[in-house]
Design a protein around this ligand. Structure first.
Ligand code: UDX
Length: 447
């Protein structure tokens, strides 16, 4: 059992703190946001993450997990301090380091015994050294020593608990073997591979991993765009590619591009890190550009399918950046919906979880509905932006009957072409031929 304090109760802090408690440690999660801490103490979880509420409640009840807004006291009470605060994208595209630096300052001011300071936030290479300098400069008791370790997080929203409890690997960067050993032992219950390296490499691994995954997505999206033009089917192409174990079959789903709290921010941040270091990372810049363009490909398909959007009713299915989350950060819907409104369409939106967060971000003209059926009733066209289960399971016969025109533009390739043709929809997806769209698409197919 270790005493751990986690600074920052966002996605990463809350999930990893709870998982550390679940495997038997005593964990204090702290945050400067008093309101958030009050809510957490009442058992209210500020984010939608399957299984998290139950796990937090269980560990609070069993007195392993605590929440406080007294950050200083929380630091003094533990030997291992995790920094898990946000590093949002700044106006320049770089990671905004202000929260990491203020956490480091606070740790320095409350360093009452020897501690290991672990960085979990995604930070530019060299941050561990900066953290060390800030802690050193703010120490109240000059004789107390400390170590800095980098232990980046790889969890995905929507499956964060299982990702954390069964992680592929734990990356531990350190210049002190003893400190690395303590953090490695902390991960023993997660039954994972431990990869130990130096601080800078650990920091780089996080960016390299996320931007590589983003590259896979932009690559398959670019392939999809070629597939459409030459009459190939991107789903088969991806499957055939993925059978090569050097390529692998994951992260090859073509669609409307990646969103969320990590890929957009980390691709920009690494491009900046490279620029600053004197290397023009052109490949990564193309990944970003391809991703931005992908969102608007769906707009062209929409416009063409209904012959101009002015005065049309468009049902938008899915608002969150992916299923099983209410996170709207960099969600494709945030770019697509305002554009639909600008072009004169009215928008009838459905999302099972993200409506509350969506209302804060989207123009007030958007109408929200509680079911797929209500959203599509009377619509000229329906566009799928998130592959929620409610969308995958929708009753196609019913949907066809209640739409004004049975046209579906699928940004996530949720349905197979034969099913859609049989159901009588005009169906346009990504990287595949259109069905029942005679005359409009030279690769339209009939089965
Ligand atoms: C990602 C990383 O997976 C995780 O390791 C890291 O810690 C944080 O960033 P997350 O943002 O939660 O996790 O979502 P993820 O499931 O990776 O999806 C990211 C985006 O890529 C979504 O918008 C998703 O729709 C899109 N995506 C994913 C595709 O378009 N195609 C794919 O094949 C996979």
């Amino acid at each position: 059992m270790r005493k751990i304090t986690v600074i920052g109760t966002g996605y990463v802090g809350l999930v990893s703190g709870t998982c550390f408690a679940e495997v038997g440690n005593r964990v204090i999660c702290c945050d400067v946001d008093r309101n958030k801490i009050e809510r957490l103490r009442r058992g209210e979880i500020p984010i939608y993450e399957p299984g998290l509420e139950e796990l937090v409640a269980k560990n609070m009840q069993q007195e392993r997990l605590y929440f406080t807004s007294e950050v200083g006291e929380a630091i003094e009470a533990s030997d291992i301090i995790y920094i898990a605060v946000g590093t949002p994208m700044s106006d320049t595209g770089e990671a905004d380091m202000r929260y990491v630096m203020s956490a480091a300052k606070k740790i320095g001011e409350h360093l009452n015994n020897r501690k290991i300071i672990v960085n979990k936030s995604t930070v530019p290479v060299g941050t561990a050294e900066l953290v060390r300098e800030v802690v050193q400069a703010n120490k109240k008791y000059p004789w107390i020593t400390f170590d800095v370790v980098s232990n980046p997080e790889f969890l995905r929203e929507g499956s964060a608990i299982s990702d954390c409890m069964n992680m592929d690997r734990a990356v531990i960067g350190s210049d002190n073997a003893e400190a690395a050993k303590v953090i490695a032992e902390l991960h023993a219950p997660f039954n994972t591979r431990i990869f130990t390296t130096d601080l800078e490499s650990a920091e780089m691994i996080k960016y390299a991993a996320n931007t590589f995954l983003a590259t896979k997505i932009s690559f398959i999206n670019a392939i999809a765009n070629v597939c459409e033009r030459v009459g190939a089917n991107v789903i088969d192409v991806a499957e055939g590619m993925g059978l090569d174990s050097r390529i692998g079959n994951k992260f090859l789903q073509a669609g409307i591009g990646y969103g969320g709290s990590c890929f957009p921010k980390d691709t920009y941040a690494l491009a900046h890190i490279a620029d600053k270091a004197g290397y023009d990372f052109e490949l990564l810049k193309s990944v970003i550009k391809t991703n931005q363009r992908q969102r608007f490909i769906i707009m062209d398909k929409l416009r063409e399918s209904v012959g101009g959007l002015a005065g049309k009713q468009v049902a938008v299915l899915g608002l969150a950046f992916k299923p099983n989350t209410d996170d709207m950060r960099y969600a494709p819907s945030l770019s697509i919906i305002p554009e639909l409104l600008k072009q004169g369409a009215s928008v009838r939106a459905f999302d099972p979880i993200a409506v509350e967060s969506a209302r804060r971000e989207l123009p007030h003209e958007v109408q929200y509905f509680k079911s797929v059926e209500q959203a599509v009733a009377g619509s000229d066209v329906c566009v799928i932006l998130t592959e929620w289960k409610d969308v995958l399971d929708m009753d196609l016969d019913l949907i066809r009957q209640i739409m004004k025109h049975p046209i579906v533009i699928d940004g996530r390739n949720c349905f197979d072409l034969q099913t859609m043709q049989r159901s009588g929809f005009e169906y346009h997806s990504i990287g595949r031929a259109s069905v029942n769209a005679a005359g409009r698409d030279r690769h339209s197919v009939n089965f």
